[in-house]
Structure formats: structure tokens, C-alpha cells
Design a protein around this ligand. Structure first.
Ligand SMILES: NC(=O)c1ccc[n+]([C@@H]2O[C@H](COP(=O)([O-])OP(=O)(O)OC[C@H]3O[C@@H](n4cnc5c(N)ncnc54)[C@H](O)[C@@H]3O)[C@@H](O)[C@H]2O)c1
Ligand SMILES: [Zn+2]
Length: 393
């Protein structure tokens, strides 16, 4: 039986992939994961994610930056799903070396070991991100489809948050972003993801290794780290709502994200292990629709029956994008599949899981980590704070 190594296989997306592969029963599965404290907490053995993969796969605890760990985990492996990474957009803007180290050096270490020890890897599947597009494609009323650069801070201070046409400065409306959109990273995280893509595109063909690059959009669902205060608005909002704490919604709340359920992401990623048509492709993995951040906060508030204030603050975070919705034509064409879990159903399932987690470990609700992450961003001058006004309760 063919063997797959999943780096970061004990993470949020990885744990779903592992469980799906176990169910399908066509592969032997190995995980290489260092159980980073930011994701798994101080006692990883007590974490939901550890228990979700325990006994499901061969578990190698080690670091993708360590050649010995990588070599041990690669022996006998045919394909790699590379997920291990640092994933916080905001955090990446002031922890540059750490993001370089894990995301870029980590992958180059994997290649170095494959080449040095002539490990016959057939295929590498990379979890890249929609972040590589920056703002993505938009429609100008005068110029049609355009690809705007990062928004100007001066506009955003005046609460003009929408994208403007690079040619005529008109306000742009959203368009679906295709894989051929020019890449334009506006966070250091995005830059490291693009570097991973380029490394794969450079090194795989020369060495006879097939590859698929997935650009995941905003993945959400059960297992999303409730420890990591640096990513995932759905889990951050959940924690605040369950304690009736105020949610600070950035910008005017109308910024939107394309949320795709983790089970859909796992299903598509696993298909790439066998689908030859996915070789040498870069493929968007989103739902093809977008939801505003305010809508996420309000929907979750009603699911939890919370009394939190939803404060649309006009604050903004440098490195954030306004909207980016995936064009999923290629995804449908290659895999004959489109994500099918609706956001409403997905959020309800997630809330049930969060409530369960809180019951077994009430400490998970502590939000000091989140508050600290915001302080770090302020300290690094990455957050602009506007005068506060409360619009919803
Ligand atoms: N979750 C999303 O919305 C999303 C969106 C786009 C792309 N992605 C990409 O998908 C991949 C998986 O994301 P996720 O949400 O499951 O993240 P996650 O943080 O839940 O999982 C990452 C896993 O990698 C492990 N890890 C981190 N550094 C490591 C190292 N140096 N050596 C070994 N293991 C290490 C962590 O312990 C964790 O278990 C990442 O590459 C991420 O950039 C995720
Ligand atoms: Zn224009």
C-alpha cells in the first residue's frame, strides 16, 4: 500500500485529512508534527487534535526544520501532503524570521533531504493560501476586471475601505478570483506561501516529482484551534461570544471572506493523491461565495444566544484584505466536485463542537492570548485604532 506523509497532520486541516484517509483505507498514513504550543496548548496530549489523530496514523513527533526528523519520517513514503506551517497573517508581520524559518526553510529542508538521500517521492501536495493573491480580482465600472494593489492607509483612516481601480480610482465591486490572477502578497505570511509555491514549481519538475498546489480560502470547522489567538475569526468570535465579551469588528464589518468547510477541504485534498488531472496544477479551494465579517459575528451571536456587544470599530489591521472570493471552476473541472457544506450548517456544527470542548476544558475560553495578540499588533504598529462607536447590541 502506498504511504503518505502528512506534515502538520495533527493540525486542524491535517486531522480531518487523516481521518478521511483512514475511512477510505487506501493509504498508509504517517504524520510529522511538532505539536506547536500555539496550536496544541502546553499539554498537547490533552488537546482535541492530538486525540483526533491518535492511533489513526504513525505519529512522528518532530520538526520539519530538522533534517534528521524529516529523514526518519520520509523513509518508505511515496507522497507528501505538506501542511506544517506558521499561519497567522498579523503575527507574520512582526515575527519575520520565524515565518521564514518554518514556512520557507521547513520546505527547503524537506527537499534537501529528498535529494540528498534520493527518496523516491512521487508527489507533493502543498497547502498554499488565497493570501498569495492579496486583494484578488475586482470589477471596475469603466475598466472591467482589474487586480488592485493593497488599499491605502490614508483612505482607510477616512473609513473608505473598499478597493479602488488602479487606473481610474473608481470604487470596485467584487469579482471571482481565478488562479491566473497576478499574485500580490500583502502580508509576510502570504509572501512565505508564495515562496513555497515557487519552490515546488522550481524543484518538483526538475526532480521528476508530481505536484498539486492548493490555494485554500478561509477554512473553518470542528478542530479549528481554540488555543491559537492569531488566526481564525470563527474561533476567536466564539470564545468572546460565549463570555458575553465585546467583539471588535474591524473596518465597517462589510469586509468579507470566502469560508470553506474543513471536510470539503479534506475531501478535495485527498482526491489529489490519485487524480492525475491535478498534477502540475494550482487550484483554488473555496466555496465561491463570500460572507461579511459582521454577518459571521451576528450569526454566531444568535447561535450561541450571546449578549455580547458587536462593536464595528473602524479599526483596521495592516496586511488584511477587503474581499476575495474564489473562482472554483478549475476545482469543479478537475475533481468533478464542489464544496457542499453550507456556511449555516457548518457554523452550527462548529458551535456544537466548541460547546463540547468548553464543557471538557473550560479554560479554553481564556482570552488573554487573544488580547496579547492584539497588544503585539499594536506594539508593532500593525493596527490602526479609530474613535469607537457602538452600532449593535
Ligand atoms: N486554516 C486555513 O484557513 C488555511 C487557509 C489557507 C491555507 N492554510 C494552510 O493550510 C495548512 C494547514 O493549516 P491549519 O489551519 O491546519 O493549521 P494548524 O496550525 O492547525 O496546523 C499546522 C500544524 O503544523 C504543525 N507545525 C507547525 N510548525 C511545525 C514545524 N516546524 N514542524 C512540524 N510541524 C509543525 C502544528 O503543530 C500544527 O499541528 C497550513 O500550511 C496553512 O498555511 C490554512
Ligand atoms: Zn477603472
Amino acid at each position: 500500500m502506498s504511504k503518505v506523509l502528512i506534515t502538520g497532520g495533527a493540525g486542524f486541516i491535517g486531522s480531518h485529512i487523516v481521518n478521511l484517509l483512514v475511512k477510505q483505507g487506501n493509504f498508509e498514513i504517517r504524520i510529522l508534527d511538532n505539536f506547536s504550543t500555539q496550536i496544541h496548548g502546553d499539554d498537547y496530549k490533552a488537546s482535541f487534535l492530538y486525540n483526533a489523530v491518535l492511533d489513526k496514523a504513525e505519529l512522528f513527533i518532530g520538526d520539519i526544520r530538522n533534517q534528521e526528523d524529516v529523514l526518519n519520517s520520509l523513509i518508505g513514503v511515496d507522497q507528501i501532503i505538506h501542511l506544517a506551517a506558521e499561519t497567522g497573517t498579523g503575527q507574520s508581520m512582526y515575527s519575520l524570521n520565524n515565518y521564514t524559518d518554518v514556512n520557507i526553510m521547513g520546505l527547503s529542508t524537506i527537499f534537501e533531504v529528498i535529494l540528498k538521500y534520493k527518496i523516491p517521492i512521487k508527489k507533493i501536495i502543498l497547502a498554499s493560501s488565497r493570501a498569495v493573491y492579496g486583494e484578488g480580482l475586482k470589477t471596475c465600472p469603466h475598466h472591467g476586471i482589474v487586480s488592485p494593489k493593497q488599499r491605502k492607509e490614508d483612505d482607510m483612516i477616512l473609513k473608505d475601505f473598499e478597493n479602488h481601480c488602479p487606473i481610474c480610482n473608481a470604487i470596485l465591486s467584487s469579482a471571482l478570483t481565478t488562479e491566473s490572477c497576478q499574485t500580490n502578497p500583502i502580508s509576510y505570511y502570504a509572501y512565505t506561501k508564495l515562496a513555497q509555491e515557487k519552490m515546488i514549481e522550481t524543484l518538483c519538475p526538475i526532480n521528476g516529482i508530481d505536484y498539486t498546489i492548493f490555494r485554500y480560502y478561509n477554512v473553518y470547522g470542528a478542530g479549528q484551534s481554540l488555543n491559537n489567538p492569531y488566526t481564525g475569526i470563527v474561533s476567536i468570535f466564539s470564545k468572546l461570544l460565549l463570555q458575553d465579551k465585546t467583539i471588535n469588528v474591524f473596518e465597517d464589518g462589510l469586509e468579507s471572506r470566502d469560508f470553506v468547510h474543513v471536510e470539503d477541504v479534506a475531501e478535495i485534498t485527498c482526491k489529489a493523491l490519485t487524480e492525475l488531472k491535478s498534477n502540475t496544477q494550482i487550484i483554488n479551494v473555496g466555496s465561491g461565495t463570500s460572507i461579511s465579517v459582521l454577518q459571521v459575528a451576528e450569526t454566531l451571536k444568535s447561535i450561541y444566544g450571546s449578549h455580547s456587544l458587536i462593536n464595528i470599530s473602524g479599526d483596521f489591521r495592516k496586511g488584511d484584505i477587503r474581499h476575495n472570493t474564489a473562482d472554483i471552476s478549475l476545482l469543479k473541472e478537475i475533481f468533478n466536485h464542489r464544496p457542499h457544506i453550507s456556511f449555516e450548517q457548518g457554523l452550527n456544527d462548529l458551535a456544537t463542537w466548541v460547546l463540547d470542548e468548553v464543557k471538557t476544558n473550560p479554560e479554553i475560553l481564556l482570552t488573554q492570548g487573544y488580547e496579547q495578540s492584539i497588544d503585539e499588533l499594536k506594539e508593532a504598529n500593525m493596527i490602526f485604532q479609530a474613535k469607537k462607536e457602538i452600532l449593535h447590541d
